[in-house]
Ligand binder design. Structure first.
Ligand code: COA
Length: 532
């Protein structure tokens, strides 16, 4: 065995300081997660309960197999926007009748469950995950449809929701809609496009136009039940396949539908795996509060992979990037982890070679980010850093094994791309509360802007206002700092969630299990031309 031998001094001052900084960030994160859990707030939650209805997460809990985990995704969607944290939608992966499913549930306590631009992004991301990983999709529907004041942001792109449902179906991925309440106008196409539809007696309202609209359009007098009740759809229109007497009955019937899907995973479950040799709690003390201070990612790897066993590839070459093989909850993975922050030519070439090997062997890749980007300076430009960085980006772009990314610390510049950032379609991407991501560090960015402004003034023959420059730099630095933080980025759906470092192994294990529902094959030849 090649067990990592940890040199982390858990009694030292650095460890204690790092741990305290991480715990403070986790406390902030908890407060933001609590906002998502609170939904529309006490008043609307109480009203919802008074109507005899279950909350979105309670519905999910009853749908899932007892005592199985739910990997909630993007809980901080809409953070930092004018909309409620969570974006009036809960999404995640859970197990129903032994089948891993992608579940979405409208939160009707937030503006009637209406979809705003962030709900749309979150729903589309959930559909992407279902498609890539071949996970059956279950929609727990109760929504006022489009958030009307923001319709200009959602009406046109929002059509993709219905397109996705039928494309999933066409790809043989089952879709199930359970209608708990309002599902009108465009929303009617969620059950309309789904493979299996369950509606609840005297609760479901599924119509293209409600009674007032019908009256306006044709003069016909009608009511909710005759236009779109569960009874009518189960007996007359045939839109409902199953008629449920209440919410619990609907969830029970949804479980029966999944039990009969005959949905099979592409790969068998791996056998039991040995846990890491070191305590996951120690993951709190590894990343320094100041990201300029480097840390050894092997200390992280030692606490997330099976038996802390890591076969390092090219350990003496390109030492600023650690690469190697391990298993995680029994699944083989190739790991690329930034060790000293900067990526040089050697690291880039090593990464490209390693990614090719993983593709030859059909092994998923895990990227652990802590990089300030590719090295700049005449020596490095002359050494071909652009060519070598491009080689790594080429390899990661054209690689076809599943990728997972975790932002532990910095993830700046093209380094974010080379390490499989969001635009490179990792199957899942999570951030630790210590992560920061931007085009470059805040100080560097403010400094660059100041130099450019100074040169511009000189070119025009104008004097340079040093006082204004200092104020501008401070302001820009603060702005970039706040825009680099994980809560801000998670709010914009640039990750699938901000996680507690201690949960990393569990979260990655759930992702690896989910992604092994779909078959995959590494690319053997098809990379772009490598510029040598
Ligand atoms: N866009 C924006 N806000 C909406 C909304 C929508 N589509 N639907 C509801 N809301 C808001 C309401 O204005 C209300 O805000 P307030 O509490 O600040 O007054 C809040 O959400 C709760 O709505 P309310 O009507 O009190 O809740 P309800 O549970 O009794 O009814 C609906 C929910 C969805 C049945 C009802 O609000 C409704 O019919 N909405 C319009 C549906 C529609 O026509 N959508 C367009 C489809 S594309």
């Amino acid at each position: 065995m090649t067990v990592i031998s940890s040199t982390l001094d858990t009694n030292g001052p650095d460890y204690t300081a790092n741990r305290e900084a991480m715990l403070a960030k986790l406390a902030e994160l908890d407060a933001e997660h609590a906002k998502a859990l609170a939904g529309g707030g006490e008043k609307y939650v109480a009203r919802h309960r008074k109507r005899g209805k279950l909350l979105a997460r309670e519905r999910i809990e009853l749908l899932l197999d007892p005592d199985t985990p739910f990997l909630e995704l993007s809980p901080l969607a809409a953070w930092g926007s004018d909309y409620t944290v969570g974006a009036s939608l809960v999404t995640g992966i859970g197990v129903v009748e032994g089948v891993e499913c992608l579940i979405t549930a409208n939160d009707p306590t937030v503006r009637g469950g209406a979809s705003n631009p962030w709900s749309l992004k979150k729903a589309l991301r959930a559909n992407d995950i279902a498609l890539a990983n071949r996970l059956p999709c279950i929609s727990l529907v109760e929504s006022g449809g489009a958030d009307l004041p923001s319709q200009k942001e959602i009406f046109i792109p929002g059509g993709a929701i219905f397109r996705d449902i039928t494309r999933l179906s066409a790809a043989g991925i089952p879709t199930v809609a359970v209608v708990f309440g309002n599902s009108t106008a465009g929303g009617a196409y969620i059950p309309g496009m789904s493979d299996h539809v369950i509606m609840i007696k005297e609760r479901a309202k599924v119509f293209l136009g409600g009674p007032p609209l019908v009256k306006m359009a044709t003069g016909e007098e009608s009511d909710d039940e005759s236009l779109g009740g569960a009874d009518m759809h189960a007996r007359v229109s045939g839109l409902a396949d199953y008629f449920a007497v209440d919410e619990r009955d609907a969830l029970r019937q949804a479980r029966r539908v999944v039990a009969r899907l005959n949905h099979r995973k592409a790969y068998p479950e791996p056998g039991p795996a040995e846990p890491p040799k070191y305590d996951a709690d120690e993951l709190l003390g590894i990343v320094p509060g100041d990201l300029k201070v480097p840390f050894d990612p092997r200390e992280v790897i030692a606490r997330i992979v099976d038996a802390s066993d890591f076969d390092e590839f090219k350990p003496l070459y390109g030492t600023s990037l650690a690469t190697g093989w391990a298993t995680l909850h029994g699944y083989p993975v190739g790991i690329l982890a930034n060790a000293q922050g900067v990526l040089f030519s050697a690291e880039s070439q090593k990464a490209a070679q390693f990614i090719q090997l993983a593709n030859q062997r059909d092994i998923p890749l895990l990227f652990l980010h802590n990089t300030t980007g590719y090295m700049v300076g005449s020596q490095y430009e002359q050494g071909g850093i652009i060519k070598h960085g491009a080689m790594m980006i080429n390899a990661v772009s054209n690689s076809r094994v599943p990728h997972l990314s975790v932002l532990m610390g910095a993830s700046y510049g093209a380094g974010h791309y080379g390490m499989c950032g969001r635009a490179y379609d990792p199957r899942f991407l999570f951030a630790w509360p210590s992560a920061k991501s931007a085009v470059m560090g805040p100080q560097q960015l403010a400094g660059v802007l100041s130099i450019v402004a100074r040169q511009s003034a000189a070119a025009k023959g104008q004097p340079y206002d040093e006082e204004a420059d200092a104020a501008l730099r401070a302001m820009v630095e603060q702005q970039i700092e706040s825009e680099s933080l994980p809560m801000f980025l998670s709010g914009r759906l640039y990750d699938d969630g901000v996680i507690d470092p201690r949960d990393t192994r569990t979260v990655l294990g759930l992702c690896l299990s989910a992604l092994h529902t779909a078959p995959y094959e590494g690319v053997r030849g098809g990379f772009g031309v490598f510029r040598m």
